[in-house]
Design a binder for this molecule. Structure first.
Ligand code: DAH
Length: 346
């Protein structure tokens, strides 16, 4: 019987090696170890053995059963691994070229804001920030726009409640900066998002502004003009001229609209081809921002004495500058995140 078991062992080793699928292994398992399997039927003959032979055959039988169980396990594993390898072979074509990684670019608005802020920083302005959800006091009241005053019509606002609005401009940061710094000189630039109930190809309900404020003893309108002159030449191009047109803002007196000579036609109004300049529509000038001397009322709300200090302020729209610089006619392009648009900028 020991001989029979040895033959069974050799046979099993061979058959398991030939098994190609899980089903093959299962069939072999039943064939050897099942109720009607070969090992079982050999063992059935054990009853006829003599007492002396029984332990010998019994231990051989156990050895063969262990081996068979081991063969089932190891061959299932072998087949599983082979199947996985085959799966990968189908999927991975190592000869394919790699996937190229796209490089990010700076968004044209970020680029424009960075340029403006770095010019202002070189002129001594430090960055100041304020909240986008703002109290009526900072956004309007302290800027000399009392409730029910018609000046509020200039900016149609999103109200959170009667007292809280999405800020309509960066000017409230002027008030916050003065209240926190408490004494002159104050020289800050504020960059951030602002919101208005407005939308068409040149206006978006959310856009960006940069605000400049300089408060000190004896700051003059000449200082304002000189600052704007340097600013315009650095942001647009050398030789750019600045023109101030009388205007009105509740928070400045006097107030001005700031125009620069057109960078497209160099202020000529016509191009070398003889065509009328598209950018300035033939006028030679482009309006780029609002500015003025800080109104005494604003100083009073901000803890400064208008008899002791004076100051100038200006506010510029980042989208507007970027549209001019890059010749973009639809403001929505900035916010759609279309790669074909964004990849044109470096
Ligand atoms: N806050 C104004 C606006 O959003 C822009 C502005 C004009 C800001 C004149 C100023 C300024 O600081 O002096 O329309």
């Amino acid at each position: 019987m020991v001989g029979e078991l040895n033959t069974l062992k050799t046979e099993a080793e061979q058959s398991f090696q030939d098994a190609a699928t899980k089903d093959d292994v299962e069939k072999l398992r039943v064939g050897f170890l099942g109720k009607k399997g070969k090992l079982t039927s050999v063992l059935r003959g054990m009853g006829k053995l003599s007492k002396e032979d029984r332990p010998k055959v019994g231990s051989k039988a156990n050895e063969v059963r262990d081996l068979l169980e081991e063969l089932v396990k190891s061959n299932l594993l072998r087949i599983k691994e082979k199947e996985r390898a085959a799966e990968f072979e189908d999927r991975i074509d190592v000869t394919l070229p790699g996937r190229r990684r796209g490089y990010g670019r700076t968004h044209p608005l970020t680029r424009t804001a960075d340029d403006i802020l770095s010019v202002l920083s070189s002129l001594g302005f430090t960055l100041a920030e304020g909240p986008e959800i703002e109290h009526d006091f900072y956004n309007f009241e302290a800027l000399n726009m009392p409730a029910d005053h018609p000046a509020r019509d200039m900016q149609d606002t999103f109200y959170i409640n009667d007292d809280v609005v999405l800020r309509t401009h960066t000017s409230p940061v002027q008030i916050r900066a003065m209240l926190s710094l408490k004494k002159a000189p104050v020289r800050v630039a504020c960059f951030g998002r602002v919101y208005r109930n407005d939308h068409d190809v040149t206006h978006s309900p959310m856009f960006h502004q940069i605000e400049g404020l300089y408060v000190d003893k004896q700051v003059t309108f000449g200082d304002l003009k000189g600052t704007l002159q340097v600013f315009a030449e650095r942001i647009f191009r050398p030789g750019t001229k600045v023109r101030l047109r009388p205007s009105f803002f509740p928070f400045t007196e006097p107030s001005a609209e700031v125009d620069i000579t057109c960078f497209m036609c160099a202020g000529e109004g016509t191009l070398k081809t003889g065509d009328t300049c598209r950018i300035c529509k033939g006028t030679g000038w482009i309006e780029i921002m609002g500015a003025g001397m800080v109104d005494p009322e604003v100083f009073k709300h901000s803890g400064f004495d208008p008899d002791e200090v004076s100051g100038f302020a200006f506010g510029i729209g980042v989208e507007r500058v970027a549209m001019l610089r890059y010749g973009i006619s639809d403001i929505r392009l900035f916010f759609e995140n279309d790669q074909r648009f964004l990849h044109q900028f470096f």
